[in-house]
Write a protein that binds this ligand. Structure first.
Ligand code: FES
Ligand SMILES: [Fe+2]
Length: 344
């Protein structure tokens, strides 16, 4: 069987409706160009993000009603976004407010494009296509505490569904195999026991495991002085695609990972990984950025090879062992919360 035929089996054709009612990231705030619109895709919907003169970011369908041109190719004129083809101007509610070719008479009511709720938090731009998000954003106090330093890593664009990228981020069994010497040790492949509790749309679990000591290339963890480094990792997995991970080594030093994946399409996602810590505040950001780039590239090769592109939420479709408890609970809860894509 040709690879392309194999890839079409068990593929998703439609996103579940509820995903359109969740907040998803579409960019780091720092990615929005000054004074220009920014094009992104969310759940197969092209959208344009732009900032008006009051500093607020707005999200609209990236499609001019006149001839279907991408508004993200246009420009911002004070409080309006201007289409690059014939110069029609839209306000931040998506209403066309000026048609240069029209000499007189009112602007047709149909001259508008859909707009979507858009907020900024944690240095990310969030959009919900179906009105205000049904789940609140995870509350991560460290990311809004000035005594913690945040480093934005990625974004990591992968050819797979966001669910695969999320599961990879929280998969314990692969550390010694995919990241030997960086996150794991092949002499110690057994995953420590961990219980998963489910509270609504949030999974809670934690793990204590020995880890590979800091490598000379990436001395980023606070475990230098410890003879047998043990990392305590406390996780919250917020459905559908966000993970809050708090790391500690028994002292005051702490590290927080905030990972969230943008569902671009059934076979494409973009992961944002914010790393915050309350130590080594003067260290340059490059060590953390390069470390995460290395880790994510090691993962990407493996995850993009997984078939199907999206997690099969029916538990009988793959084989699960005890150490896969997080994945089992993730799949089950995605199903019960009606966030799971249906495969065919
Ligand atoms: S296509 Fe946008 S103004 Fe004509
Ligand atoms: Fe990994």
């Amino acid at each position: 069987m040709a690879t392309s035929e194999f890839r079409t089996t068990n593929q998703v054709t439609e996103f579940p409706k509820k995903l359109f009612h969740c907040w998803h990231p579409v960019a780091y705030t720092s990615e929005l160009p000054e004074g220009k619109p920014f094009g992104a895709t969310l759940l197969d919907e092209p959208i344009v993000i732009w900032r008006s003169s009051n500093g607020k970011a707005y999200a609209m369908k990236d499609l001019c009603i006149h001839r279907g041109t991408a508004l993200s190719l246009g420009w911002i004129n004070s409080d309006n976004i201007v289409c690059p083809y014939h110069g029609w101007k839209y306000n931040n509610e998506g209403c066309c407010v000026h048609i240069p070719q029209k000499k007189n008479g009112p602007i047709p009511k149909k001259a508008r494009v859909p707009s979507f709720p858009c907020i900024e938090r944690y240095g990310l731009v969030w959009v919900s296509l179906g009105g205000e998000g049904v789940y609140p954003l995870p509350n991560v106090v460290e990311l809004e505490d000035q005594s913690w330093k945040m480093v934005e890593t990625g974004p990591f664009t992968w050819k797979c569904d966001a669910s695969r990228q999320v599961e990879n981020f929280t998969d314990f069994g692969h550390f010694p195999w995919v990241h030997p010497g960086l996150l794991g040790d092949r002499e110690r492949p057994v995953v420590p026991e961990h219980d998963v509790t489910v509270d609504g749309h949030v999974l809670h679990y934690s793990i204590v495991r020995p880890e590979a000591p800091n490598s000379n290339d990436f001395p980023i963890f606070a475990n230098e002085e410890v003879v047998k480094p043990e990392r305590r990792s406390v996780y919250q997995l917020h459905l559908p695609f966000s993970i809050v991970l708090k790391l500690g080594w028994g002292g005051d030093e702490g590290m927080v990972y905030f990972f969230v994946s943008q569902p671009i399409s059934h076979d494409q996602c973009r992961g944002y990984c914010i790393v915050a810590r309350n130590y080594d505040l003067d260290e340059p950001e490059t060590a953390i950025k390069e470390f995460e780039t290395t880790i994510f590239m090691q993962d990407q090769v493996v995850v993009e090879s997984q078939r199907p592109d999206q997690v099969p939420f029916n538990l009988s479709d793959e084989l699960h062992l005890t150490f896969d408890a997080v994945a089992v609970n993730y799949r089950r809860t995605m199903e019960s919360e009606e966030l799971a894509s249906k495969s065919h």
